[in-house]
Design a protein around this ligand. Structure first.
Ligand code: ACM
Length: 479
């Protein structure tokens, strides 16, 4: 047989938004090895922290690995105050990195390091302000405060200049130093150079960028970013490595041999494959494991912008029809860590969704069977309990939507896992197998009524109870 179906079976861990210790990272690699993953994508730099020691650029970690401490909901944190000391620090020394690379290799896992440029670069710019167009020396590593406005449809504006200046030779010599050291640390063929969500507003107003665009005949700032990526590709190639980047690197023209990691759906990957470039599929609507996997009322993270239930992840198919399959290297689940403060939470978000993706990579196409998968998953819950690592049981929870019919509010309840019984109450008591069984949409009377719903199997509770006040159900009608 020809299994696994995919040679690139990846998981990405973001260690910038929250730092994970060397021991935590090894623990995460153990989990990956258990499910026969072979690529650990290590997102090492972002606006909220630069996590890899670069000996020739010591400020990257002296300054870029520290931020002011903040607690509570990510994105609502207070911006750094004048004179406030950045005490929340974390980075990997080069000795740590070598140790982790060796640890992973012993488990047949290669490590893909990511240096995310030219956007997402606040931490590097805080250390070396000359890297940005505005050279703003007051910029601080972000503690998870609001520094961008998001308009939907991927449109946004950065309120601080967090992108590197593509017209600056200093930027390219900086990146040459960074990639020299990165290439020496990681044996994997590829280096990930980011490229996602780069705001061009500061470039548009920069004289250096304007004259570079004129000189090179670049028609817009997408072409300017493409010019940047092509230079970065040359640097990375000069270290004997290949560049992979997020699908934004397609805009303005792909660098000659760049591979593409497709995150905004499969489309970027399809486009790149048609152009004869290698692709890793990691579409956010299937495999972004930072997103909610159940009802926000009973999940730890209620602020996520989107939901990807396990069943949706299980529907992921990395190989689109109608393109040459040789270009699809494989697939990858991505764990962004804005709302993942601990390794236990990282496990909770990753599994079972990253068991579903492992199952996909190792199973013949066309052999999916949801019921069989969920049965096997339950045995792995037992293994995880025995091994003392975390996972989410959210797939047992009820799925509650609401509709309005003839002026009446109706609650509709379903389950992801088949064969569960749903019981509910409307009288403030707790649902059990003696309260009403759900068989059809439930009319919610007027008044301060709360629907409480829970799932059971063989008379025993399996899902978390979800309590939905009438106002919450009304909000769900609107959606
Ligand atoms: C991404 O999620 N910004 C690649």
């Amino acid at each position: 047989t020809d299994y696994p179906r995919f040679g690139w079976r990846g998981v990405m861990l973001d260690v910038s938004r929250h730092f994970f210790s060397k021991e935590d990272v090894k623990r995460y690699i153990d989990r990956m090895a258990q499910y026969k993953y072979n690529v650990f994508h290590w997102h090492l730099t972002d606006d909220e922290g630069w996590r890899i020691e670069i000996k020739s650029l010591p400020k990257l970690t002296e300054i870029g690995a520290c931020r002011v401490p903040r607690y509570g909901k990510w994105g609502n944190h207070e911006a750094p105050k004048d004179g406030e000391t950045a005490t929340d620090c974390g980075y990997y020394t080069q000795a740590d990195i070598k140790e982790i690379v060796a640890y992973a290799a012993e488990r047949y896992i290669q490590i893909l390091p990511e240096i995310d440029v030219p956007g997402h670069s606040t931490a590097a710019i805080a250390a070396y302000p000359e890297l940005s167009c505005t050279k703003d020396s007051t910029i601080k590593v972000s503690p998870g405060h609001k520094f961008a406005e998001w308009y939907g449809n991927g449109q946004f504006k950065m309120l601080v200049d967090n992108s590197m200046n593509p017209a600056s030779e200093e930027v390219y010599s900086f990146l040459d130093k960074v990639f020299t050291e990165v290439a020496a640390l990681f044996p994997f063929d590829y280096i990930h150079a980011g490229g996602d969500e780069c705001y061009h507003g500061y470039w548009e107003n920069d004289e250096g960028c304007k004259s570079l665009m004129q000189k090179e005949g670049l028609k817009n700032t997408h072409e300017l970013q493409s010019h940047f990526t092509k230079r970065v590709e040359k640097i990375i190639k000069s270290k004997g490595k290949k560049l992979i980047g997020w699908d934004e690197i397609l805009e303005g023209g792909l660098a000659p041999d760049a591979a593409v990691m497709s995150w905004r759906g499969l489309e970027g990957g399809i486009e790149a494959a048609k152009l004869g470039h290698y692709v890793v599929m990691s579409p956010n609507d299937y495999v972004y494991v930072d997103l909610l996997q159940g009802d926000p009322l009973v999940e730890p993270d209620q602020t996520s912008y989107k939901k990807v239930r396990l069943k949706k992840t299980y529907e992921f198919e990395p190989m689109p029809d109608s393109i040459d399959p040789k270009y699809i290297l494989g697939g990858q689940a991505n764990l962004w860590s804005e709302r993942v403060p601990t390794i236990r939470q990282a496990e909770y978000m990753s599994f079972p969704r990253a068991w579903a993706t492992a199952d996909i990579y190792w199973s013949p196409r066309g052999s999916k069977n949801w019921d069989a998968f969920t049965q096997r998953m339950e045995r792995h819950f037992e293994r995880a309990d025995f091994g003392g690592y975390n996972y989410a049981r959210s797939a047992y929870d009820a799925i509650v939507t609401a509709t309005m019919k003839d002026g009446k509010l109706l609650a509709n309840v379903a389950t992801e896992i088949n064969g569960l019984d749903i019981f509910y109450t409307l009288d403030e008591s707790l649902p059990d197998t003696f309260t009403p069984r759900y068989t059809q949409p439930v009319e919610i009377p007027e008044g301060s009524v709360t629907l409480k719903v829970a799932t059971f199997r063989d008379g025993k509770p399996v899902g978390k109870m979800i309590a939905l006040p009438r106002e919450e159900l009304l909000r769900r009608v609107a959606r």
